[in-house]
Write a protein of this length. Structure first.
Length: 211
C-alpha cells in the first residue's frame, strides 16, 4: 500500500500568540515532530502546506529533508481562507498513491502505532477513510483513500471535510486507540505547556515515546 501524507501549517497561530510551527519541543520543533512522525509511520512523501510566515519555515527546513520526502505547497490566501482550502492545495500537490494521511501541523505527538492502526483498518475494511477514535469520537490523523481525491477537490459546501464524510458514512472506518497525542495540539500557550510536559514524561522524543 503506497501512502503519502499532508500536513497543514498555513494558519496565523492567532490563539497561541506565537508562531506554532517553530516552537521548540525537546530537540526539535513542532513542525519537525509532525513531519518525522508521519515519515516514520511509512509515508513515502509528505506535502507540507504553508502560508503565514512560510519563508521562515521553508528556510528552517531547507537542509533537513530530502526533496523526495518533503514537498512544500503554499496557500497564498491563508488569511482569508479556511482549512479546506489548504487541504485542497495539499491534495492537488500529492503524487498518485493508494491513500494519504492528513494531519494539522500543531499535533506533533501522534504515535506511529496510531498511523499504523488506521492503515490496518483501511486494509481490513476497504474503507475510503479510516480514523483513530478515542471514546468513540473520531480524531486526527485520518487515512484517506486516493479515490476521495476528486470528491475533496470538487467539494464547495460548508462544513469542510466533515460534510464530505457524511456523504460517505458507510465507507468510513474507525479504530479505537489509546494515544493521548490524538488529544493534544498547540492552539494555546496552555496547550503547548501541557504538550511539553507530556512529552517530557515519556522520556523520549516525539514519535518514540511509550503509550
Amino acid at each position: 500500500m503506497k501512502i503519502n501524507g499532508i500536513i497543514l501549517a498555513a494558519g496565523l497561530s492567532s490563539r497561541m500568540q506565537a508562531f506554532k510551527p517553530l516552537l521548540k519541543l525537546q530537540n526539535k520543533t513542532v513542525i519537525e515532530s509532525c513531519i518525522d512522525s508521519m515519515l516514520k509511520a511509512g509515508a513515502g512523501q509528505v506535502i507540507l502546506v504553508l502560508g503565514y510566515r512560510a519563508e521562515e519555515v521553508e528556510a528552517y527546513l531547507a537542509d533537513k529533508y530530502a526533496r523526495s520526502r518533503l514537498k512544500l505547497a503554499y496557500n497564498q490566501n491563508y488569511a482569508e481562507t479556511d482549512m479546506l482550502t489548504s487541504i485542497k492545495i495539499g491534495v492537488s500537490a500529492l503524487k498518485p498513491c493508494d491513500a494519504f494521511y492528513l494531519l494539522p501541523g500543531d499535533m506533533p505527538a501522534i504515535h506511529p502505532e496510531t498511523f499504523r492502526a488506521v492503515k490496518e483498518a483501511m486494509l481490513r475494511t476497504q474503507a475510503l477513510a479510516a480514523f483513530p477514535a478515542i471514546d468513540g469520537k473520531r480524531k486526527h490523523p485520518p487515512l484517506i483513500s486516493w479515490q476521495c481525491r476528486d470528491l475533496i477537490l470538487n467539494f464547495t459546501g460548508e462544513g469542510g471535510l466533515r460534510e464530505v464524510w457524511k456523504t460517505l458514512e458507510d465507507r468510513v472506518a474507525t479504530v479505537p486507540v489509546e494515544d493521548l497525542g490524538c488529544l493534544m495540539d498547540t492552539d494555546t500557550k496552555e496547550d503547548y505547556h501541557k504538550l511539553v510536559n507530556y512529552l517530557a514524561d515519556q522520556h523520549s522524543i516525539p514519535g518514540e515515546y511509550i503509550l
